[in-house]
Ligand binder design. Structure first.
Ligand code: FAD
Length: 438
């Protein structure tokens, strides 16, 4: 071997030694991405219902920074040398990927070419096409608690600039519909600025956050809460956040009419009539902050009006030694089943009309599989609920055979009907987005 050849051989060995582990790691990453893509497809997580990232392949330079910053797991992975959304259905709109991309290759969009998403048309100050009627929070298109609080402040600031007072006797300056993060923030900022306020909430203060799984760590990012100050930690446990909001509401003296939902909002004589099942209110301006969860879809079976039938689970601890039927196969149904099965003495059964769970998060899939394997949860595949009585439920299998089982509580997770019809009835213009930004 001459000297030159020896140099080439040594160089090849050194470069190979350095490069080989890198190449092997890349290959492994590609294989993992391929498997994750197949699993996401099987789980139905490749079809987003609302906001999600899209990557411009011409711009992506594969830094992977978008993947590292996403707190929701495998929304994006590196595949074929590019950031690729494989579980866009798990995106909840943090937008961190968009901000982390050094070459602006990522954009958050609503809907897909196949599946449109309805969004109310709003101006920069959150006012809709109906003068005096505003929409904030998730319903306006921006999720997250931090955004909800920022929007609450912005909408109140805007209204204060426009001249906010109602001259009509008995009319509020502002009526806020919904008291999740967006309605709460709007109400607190309005109170802080001395506006005459009425807040109504169909369920209870806290909105979607109230329904998060127990002990969930909620990402809040630094946010300013009126009457409290800056909430600095990047995350806070759900229960602590709910307690904190309770304390702030109490300290501020904010009165919220809970268990009172708005049925209609009618513009009249320079103000609005807001109708609820319990009364009628008058206000100069109305802020709609009702989120995108919508109204729980009902099954329409006899007995659904019984008090033991519920459409969400906030306190699993309230149920012990109970025979519980859960209807549905999405993440909410699975999370409720697991939480209830952890309580002493419960017998938890899921009735699902399909033969496998689709569109659930991988972590929930693992947890429910483990719960089924150890007998903590039973699943009645291919069944539909037919009737609920005070002590039993009746379900039907695919062959048409009915079975009656003992029952103390029934939870129905059959999805929600978006508030589009409500908004249209208020005169709000709706745009359907097919993979477009706000
Ligand atoms: C599983 C999950 C995890 C999440 N994790 C995080 C996180 O870690 N960090 C984060 O920042 N965000 C998170 N989010 C998003 C966050 O929960 C939402 O962005 C936020 O709750 C939106 O606030 P909102 O006030 O607009 O709507 P909502 O929270 O949905 O509140 C709307 C309120 O309006 C009420 N309402 C509805 N209709 C009527 C009516 N007709 N009359 C009166 N009241 C009505 C409802 O009862 C509800 O209380 C998560 C969401 C989900 C689903």
């Amino acid at each position: 071997m001459d000297e030159n050849t020896l140099v080439y051989v040594i160089a090849a060995v050194v470069i190979g030694g350095v490069m080989l582990p890198f190449i092997l790691r890349m290959k492994q990453q590609e294989r993992n991405a391929e498997i994750a893509t197949i699993e996401a497809k099987e789980a139905g997580l490749d079809e987003p219902a609302t906001m999600h990232p899209v990557v411009d392949p011409e711009r992506c330079i594969s830094t992977g920074s978008c993947i590292d910053v996403c707190p929701e797991g495998d929304v994006l992975v590196l595949k074929n040398g590019q950031a690729t959304p494989i579980q866009p259905a798990c995106c909840i709109g943090h937008g961190l990927c968009e901000r982390a991309c050094p070459v602006d290759a990522i954009q958050l969009v609503f809907g897909t070419a196949k599946r449109g998403v309805d969004l109310p048309r709003i101006k920069q100050n959150f006012e809709t096409n109906v003068p005096g009627l505003y929409i904030v929070g998730e319903l306006a298109g921006m999720g997250l608690i931090r955004n909800a609080f920022e929007q609450g402040k912005q909408v109140v600031d805007g209204i204060l600039k426009e001249g906010s007072r109602s001259r009509e006797a008995g009319a509020a300056d502002l009526l806020v519909i919904g008291c999740g993060p967006a309605g709460l923030a709007t109400s607190l900022f309005a109170m802080e600025n001395g506006l005459g306020l009425k807040t109504i909430e169909r369920e209870d203060i806290g909105g979607t956050v109230r329904l998060f799984p127990r002990k969930k760590l909620v990402m809040t990012h630094p946010l300013f809460v009126p009457g409290y100050g800056r909430l600095t930690g990047p995350e806070i446990q759900k229960e602590r956040l709910m307690d904190l909001w309770g304390e702030i509401v109490h300290k501020a003296g904010l009165k919220v009419n809970t268990q009172e939902g708005a049925n209609s909002v009618v513009p009249r004589d320079g103000g609005f009539d807001v109708l609820t099942p319990l009364g009628q209110y008058r206000a100069k301006r109305v802020i709609i902050a009702i989120g995108r969860r919508g109204t729980p879809r009902r099954l329409g079976v006899p007995g659904e009006e019984l008090p033991k039938v519920l459409y969400n689970l906030s306190e699993a601890e309230a149920f012990t030694n109970d025979h519980i039927m859960i209807v549905g196969g999405g993440d909410s149904a699975i999370e409720a089943a697991i939480a209830l099965a952890e309580q002493p003495g419960n017998r938890v059964t899921i009735s699902y009309r399909q033969d496998k769970f689709a569109r659930i998060k991988p972590a929930n899939r693992d947890r429910i599989t483990a719960a089924i394997d150890k007998g903590a949860v039973e699943v009645l595949w291919n069944t539909t609920l037919q009737e609920i009585t005070p002590t039993e439920v009746r379900y039907r299998d695919r062959s048409g055979t009915d079975t009656v089982v003992r029952n103390d509580a029934a939870f129905i997770f059959a999805g929600g009907e978006l508030p589009t019809a409500f908004l249209k009835s208020c005169g709000v213009q709706i745009d359907t987005k097919f993979g477009a930004p706000r």
